[in-house]
Design a protein around this ligand. Structure first.
Ligand code: AMP
Ligand code: ZN
Ligand code: FE
Ligand code: FE
Length: 281
């Protein structure tokens, strides 16, 4: 079993990189990748622990780019010392900080009052993500679950108006390629677009920007979706990747490490492209 998509406390995950490695070991995973949102800060710790525990480690990142609300590009095999990647990440942290205040004002206007301190209690890295706000909303009982926080406040069209500026997809992909990595379209089903539109988007990202693969196996993809994404990868000669997007049960309930396809299927080495696994340390 493998898992090439998970988040740590360096972004909006519940567990530290070292804790993720121990959980992966318990589940007997042979390969893992840490793919924190917009940061490579956890890679060193994760790689160290993975090596100590005999797990092959793929350096990763997940970058949010302009366009669809859930348009995320995964980077694998990135160099943690890459200046262009580090500069992009610095900008992300800054924009997330500015957005945090806008989110508090937006909630205030809706009669929901939380403080930055209450939000930051859920972030140990200092980077603020929507899940940290969601957990603060649960804590003050403005909502009962993280999911409800997204449904009512953080995942709405109205929220898009206060969303942070994101780089063009080409810029995000370039930063990944310049750091020696491969760029993969994350969780295509979350884009909620029809297959023809998706195919056009993938084609454009491949030709214009150098996209190299698709995350075909993902915890919430259905069997039909998985098969379609595999056919798309084949059609364009793209690398196939797979991961759960594990964040910890407090952040995203019902997602287990190492699972794809409705959460029912274990992702195994033979499902993803060899050239991807060969980038592991
Ligand atoms: P941000 O990068 O701060 O905009 O937050 C993005 C993260 O929010 C995603 O990667 C998910 O972890 C989380 N997220 C987005 N939509 C939902 C949702 N409907 N329910 C729970 N978590 C969500
Ligand atoms: Zn996340
Ligand atoms: Fe994502
Ligand atoms: Fe993710």
């Amino acid at each position: 079993m493998i898992d090439l998509h998970m988040h740590s406390t360096e972004s909006d995950g519940q567990y530290k990189p070292s804790e993720l490695v121990l959980m992966a070991k318990k589940k007997n995973l042979s390969y893992i990748a840490l793919t924190d949102h917009d940061t490579i800060a956890g890679l060193y710790e994760c790689e160290l622990y993975a090596r100590e525990n005999g797990i092959r480690f793929l350096r990763g990142i997940e970058i949010s780019v302009k366009g669809n609300r859930e348009l995320h590009i995964l980077g694998y095999g990135v160099d943690p010392e890459s200046q262009s990647l580090l500069m992009l990440c610095d900008e992300f942290v800054k924009q997330r900080g500015l957005r945090a205040q806008r989110i508090l004002d937006y909630l205030d206007a809706k009669g929901v009052h939380i403080t930055l301190e209450q939000v930051m209690r859920h972030s140990s890295s200092g980077s603020v993500g929507r899940p940290h706000v969601a957990q603060a909303l649960v804590e003050v009982r403005a909502v009962t679950t993280v999911r409800e926080a997204f449904e009512l406040y953080l995942g709405t069209p109205e929220f898009d108006k206060i969303e942070r500026p994101k780089p063009e997809p080409g810029k995000g992909i370039s930063a990944i390629l310049n750091s020696g990595g491969i760029a993969i379209l994350a969780h295509p089903a979350l884009l909620k677009i029809d297959n023809a539109t998706l195919e056009k988007l993938v084609y454009q990202l491949v030709v214009d920007a150098g996209l190299g693969g698709i995350e075909c196996y993902y915890s919430t993809h259905t069997k039909e979706q998985t098969e379609y994404y595999l056919s798309l990868a084949k059609k364009f000669g793209l690398v196939v990747s797979g991961g759960s997007d594990f964040h910890g049960e407090k952040v995203k309930a019902n997602i287990a490490l190492g699972t794809g396809c409705d959460g029912m299927l274990s992702i195994t080495e033979d499902m993803v492209s060899r050239e991807l696994l060969d980038m592991a340390k």
